[in-house]
Write a protein that binds this ligand. Structure first.
Ligand code: SF4
Ligand code: SF4
Length: 187
């Protein structure tokens, strides 16, 4: 190898080193986008479809489901089995059992669209795990709602105390009885 060729090779290597350093430094000052899963998790986008779940009514902390079974009938994969009962003092039925066979669910959304009470929605769960397949054959959505209700009860803002009534003004002192036949002077 001639001296000129060796010098060219050293220059090429040095330029390559500078290019690498430039890229490394450029990345070093960029914001970190790596998520340290499972210590950190991403927030799922609004249109993400996890398994369906019962909606927790933010006013009452209960389900809005009336066990009308429209979602059960709408499901093309027969994944849903709903049961309900009319509880004492209620005009409509309430859901008592809601089972989802998530192993057959195609997340098509027919059940969510069929519900007239907006009582089911897609969850944002993307990492549901279990030791056996059976855990997803008959997912108990009523039980899952009960777990969320506990968190809802704990995080609910305390109810405002009833507004205090303004004190009633004292009645004016009674006028002294006028002598008979005398007109009363207006106050
Ligand atoms: S998303 Fe589709 S397949 Fe899944 S339970 Fe609902 S209707 Fe059935
Ligand atoms: S989720 Fe909706 S459609 Fe399904 S049973 Fe309940 S109220 Fe009816």
């Amino acid at each position: 190898m001639t001296t000129i060729a060796a010098f060219k090779e050293v220059c090429t290597g040095f330029m390559s080193l500078l290019t690498g350093m430039r890229i490394t430094l450029g990345q070093f000052f960029k914001p970190i986008i790596t998520v340290q899963y499972p210590r950190q998790t991403l927030k799922m986008p609004a249109r993400f479809r996890g398994h369906i779940r019962l909606v927790l009514d933010p006013e009452t902390g209960k389900s809005r489901c009336t066990a009308c079974k429209l979602c059960e009938r709408a499901c093309p994969s027969t994944c849903i089995a709903v049961d309900g009962a009319k509880l004492e003092g209620q005009k409509t039925k309430s859901v008592t059992d809601y089972r989802l066979n998530f192993t057959n669910c195609s997340l098509c959304g027919a059940c969510v669209e069929a519900c007239p009470f907006d009582a089911i929605e897609f969850s944002k769960e993307y990492n549901v795990v279990a030791f056996t397949r059976d855990a997803f054959d008959k997912m108990d959505l009523v039980q899952l709602l009960a777990a969320r209700r506990e968190a809802w009860t704990q995080n609910r803002p305390p109810e405002a105390p009833p507004a205090q009534l303004a004190p009633t003004p004292a009645p004016p002192p009674a006028a002294a009885p006028s002598p008979a036949g005398q007109p009363q002077t207006p106050a």
